[in-house]
Design a protein around this ligand. Structure first.
Ligand SMILES: [Fe+2]
Ligand SMILES: [Fe+2]
Length: 227
């Protein structure tokens, strides 16, 4: 008799118990936000042909370090830049990853999405895009309804709008943009293409093509969008 081969663990299987840990780590209102992000990330993933279970898992886990004190965030995620030391809250994505790894969570796709949810997806990870967009546009925030709706048929465009609007908002007010967010911004295909031809110092060229342009884009989609 042939012994059954061990089956790879389903990402949701790893969530057994994690849900309770998150509930214990964050304030009640935050936990409701977490549930909405997980649900929306799952919907966005489903609509764009992306791994729904990983999107849901990353949504559940993304803010596990959000309510930790600054000193704990700095301990879990030592500052990489001066802005980190000045604003430790921005470290809660990296701190969450450290915490999850220490507690034995192993899915690298989910861990990257958790880490990058504060500053933006840097490497074309489609699960990261789902969680980032869901986090900024979940219904409880009361803003970014346009980004949420767009994400359900064009995640690339929704991600572009979310990151570009953040960068232009901060720059317009003279607020420093986190270097990781700039990295995510420059990784956006429309920005990358446009920046290569831009002669201005602005991050967003006046000549930037519209989101529905035929210019090359990061392909986060694995299947065609739902009609
Ligand atoms: Fe967060
Ligand atoms: Fe969040």
């Amino acid at each position: 008799m042939i012994a059954a081969l061990p089956q790879p663990r389903h990402p949701l299987a790893d969530l057994v118990g994690w849900d309770d840990r998150v509930r214990l780590m964050v304030r009640p209102k935050r936990y409701q936000h977490v549930l909405r992000v997980a649900e929306l990330a799952c919907q966005i993933a489903c609509a764009n042909g992306i791994d729904e279970s990983r999107a849901y898992a990353a949504g559940i886990l993304h803010d596990i370090a959000r309510d930790l004190p600054d000193a704990e965030l700095l301990r879990l995620a030592p500052p990489e830049h001066a802005i980190d030391a000045a604003h430790p809250l921005a470290l809660h994505g990296r701190a969450a990853r450290t915490l999850l790894e220490r507690w034995g969570y192993r899915d690298p796709v989910v861990l990257e999405a958790v880490e990058d949810h504060t500053t933006g997806p840097r490497g074309g990870n489609p699960v990261s895009a789902c969680v980032y967009v869901a986090d900024v546009s979940e219904p409880g925030r009361g803003v970014n309804d346009d980004i949420r709706e767009m994400a359900l048929y064009d995640l690339d465009a929704a991600l572009h709008r979310a990151i570009a609007s953040k960068v232009t908002y901060l720059q317009g007010r003279g607020i420093q943009v986190h270097p990781r967010t700039l990295q995510a911004y420059y990784a956006l295909p429309l920005v990358r293409v446009d920046h290569g031809h831009s002669t201005s110092g602005s991050l967003v060229s006046e000549n930037a093509p519209a989101c529905d342009s035929a210019a090359p884009r990061l392909s986060l989609r694995r299947t065609r969008p739902v009609p």
